[in-house]
Design a protein around this ligand. Structure first.
Ligand SMILES: [Fe+2]
Ligand SMILES: [Fe+2]
Length: 188
């Protein structure tokens, strides 16, 4: 799919702010794909569509999670997690994207998962460090992403978990599993 086609499909789904964020994720994902030898085109398409379902009504997302038999524990955790798997589903159904690697990069961009592919790592990290992101610790992860994708990702996941804990929010178990899986890299 051409970039313009994809952007035209995504734009009406998002607020202007979220669309600008998407453009940042796209540029960052392409840069990371070049740097770490991933498929640039897949990185571009996954990034463009990663937040496709962000503004769908909660009830619609809940219904899709139930009907499609996505992990039902999602419903017990923050609704912020839902747009990722629901997005993967809708991007296939409504935008006609069938590449499973691309769809998985969308599916796991919020929770992560153990055994993340290079493309999944790139989209997760691009979402975290795109130029429009301004929060404590982001610059450190940006710097790390220039040298070592896995170390940058570990830091991003750590920050995410600690941020949630500090706010007394639940942490989705897959995010802990992602952290545990990544932290053992280089220790085996
Ligand atoms: Fe997202
Ligand atoms: Fe995002």
């Amino acid at each position: 799919m051409e970039r313009e086609t994809a952007l035209n499909l995504v734009k009406p789904q998002l607020t202007e702010h979220r669309y600008q964020h998407t453009l940042g994720v796209m540029e960052t994902a392409i840069t990371l794909a070049k740097r770490y030898g991933a498929d640039e085109k897949k990185a571009e398409i996954a990034a463009i569509f990663h937040d496709y379902a962000k503004f769908r009504p909660k009830e619609e997302m809940k219904a899709i999670i139930t009907e499609q038999n996505f992990p039902q524990d999602l419903l017990d955790f923050n609704a912020e997690l839902w747009h990722a798997p629901v997005g993967a589903y809708l991007v296939e159904k409504e935008a006609g994207v069938t590449d499973q690697e691309v769809l998985n990069a969308i599916r796991y961009h919020t929770s992560g998962r153990p055994g993340m592919t290079l493309l999944e790592k790139i989209v997760y990290l691009a979402d975290y460090i795109e130029p429009g992101r301004h929060f404590p610790g982001v610059e450190e992860v940006r710097q790390m992403a220039e040298e070592d994708l896995d170390q940058a990702l570990i830091k991003a996941v750590q920050n995410t978990i600690m941020f949630l804990m500090r706010k007394n929010q639940q942490v989705y178990p897959e995010t802990f599993h992602t952290y545990n899986d990544l932290i053992k890299i280089g220790k085996e």
